[in-house]
Design a protein around this ligand. Structure first.
Ligand code: TLP
Length: 348
């Protein structure tokens, strides 16, 4: 409980992207062996890409600056301009990436209203229009695991398999936005290889719960990654001594995955407190990973966030009456208790 006179520490639940690199990561950056990665001569980047490909059971991997670029490069590499891509209506690639798939890749999203970002085979079947003179060519299915706007929901492997089998039977490629795929894996106990083997490409972020300062990786077949490398270059994402980005990535893959369970435990604790102690509308049973989405009505998200910020608790708006709180390294159980204490004035 905060007492007057004490310095109030800000507790930042806005995103797991706010995590800072560990001391070991900073040291690894200092020590990294570097080269020109556009010339494919940075040994640290090569080591990270090799490691990522192996971890996901794919032939090859490509380091890119951000998750947004990873999705765009993947979509561009799978689709021709004018093609259609099926994705959830709340998919990050559609909702939060400045329309890049259309503005830059010339791809038209066809939206499916999934439940917490997860759609059924029947929904996919009816979204798929088939080949017809009037229709664009549908060439890609995109799925997000965990699903950000879905509240960190984990796609069940059986649903992924059903969707991917349908896509492949109809000559569609599949891209997985696995920005938080390690959260999905830790929550489900399913090895990331099992997710990757269903899809043609998968991207994951180093810069979220894994705590790296920058970077995302795309994994896929060698031929796909070679074309993706060219698209990355076209977008200006060819980096030179990118070993400074790759070095902490290697530490992340080795050491930062298992601790994601702590974030999930803390998110569940937060959800229970918000629902049971503060009286916000949310079902704590739906929290599977490190994202909590709460309905703060009758307050607006804007008012709730302004109140929370005054109490030293930061969160993001997720709609008019919805706020998102994300747990990550740096947020401990005691911070959850403190945050709930600071919200206690709101009790309903
Ligand atoms: N998401 C960010 C914001 O853009 C909302 C966040 O704070 O969660 N895919 C998914 C599922 C993501 O959640 C994000 C980032 C991205 C892609 C893009 O990654 P970056 O931020 O590296 O471009």
């Amino acid at each position: 409980m905060f007492r007057p006179g004490e310095v109030m520490k800000t507790i930042d639940f806005r995103s797991d992207t706010v995590t800072l690199p560990t001391a070991e990561m900073l040291e690894a950056i200092k020590q990294a062996k570097l080269g020109d990665d556009v010339m494919e001569e940075d040994p640290t980047v090569i080591a990270l890409e090799t490691m990522a490909a192996k971890r996901f059971g794919k032939e090859s991997a490509l380091l890119v600056p951000s998750g947004t670029m990873a999705n765009l490069v993947s979509v561009m590499t799978h689709c021709n301009r004018g093609d259609e891509m099926i994705c959830d209506a709340n998919a990050h690639v559609y909702y939060y990436e400045v329309g890049a798939v259309s503005a830059i890749a010339g791809v038209i999203p066809r939206l499916v209203e999934g439940k917490r970002g997860i759609f059924t085979l029947e929904q996919l079947e009816s979204a798929f229009r088939g080949q017809e003179l009037h229709f664009p060519n549908t060439s890609l299915l995109e799925i997000e695991n965990t699903h950000n706007r879905g509240g960190g929901s984990v796609w069940p492997l059986a649903d992924i398999k059903a969707a991917c089998d349908f896509a492949h039977d109809n000559e569609l490629k599949v891209h997985m936005d696995g920005a938080r795929v390690f959260n999905a894996s830790v929550a489900s106990g399913i090895n990331v290889k099992k997710y990757a083997e269903q899809v043609d490409s998968l991207m994951f972020c180093l810069s979220k719960g894994l705590s790296c300062p920058v970077g995302s990786l795309i994994v896929g077949e060698q031929e796909f990654i070679a074309r993706a490398r060219k698209n990355r270059k076209m977008l200006g994402g060819g980096m030179r001594q990118a070993g400074v980005i790759a070095a902490p990535g290697i530490i992340a893959l080795n050491k930062m995955v298992d601790r994601l369970q702590d974030d999930h435990d803390n998110a569940k604790l937060m959800a229970k407190g918000l629902a049971n102690e503060i009286g916000l509308k949310l079902d704590p049973g739906t929290v599977q990973t490190n994202i909590v989405v709460a309905d703060v009505s009758p307050m607006t998200a804007e008012d709730f966030i302004a109140f929370a910020t005054k109490q030293g608790v930061l969160a993001l708006s997720f709609g008019k009456y919805a706020v998102r709180l994300v747990t990550h390294r740096g947020i401990e159980k005691e911070h959850i208790e403190q945050a709930l204490g600071r919200f206690s004035k709101l009790k309903r």
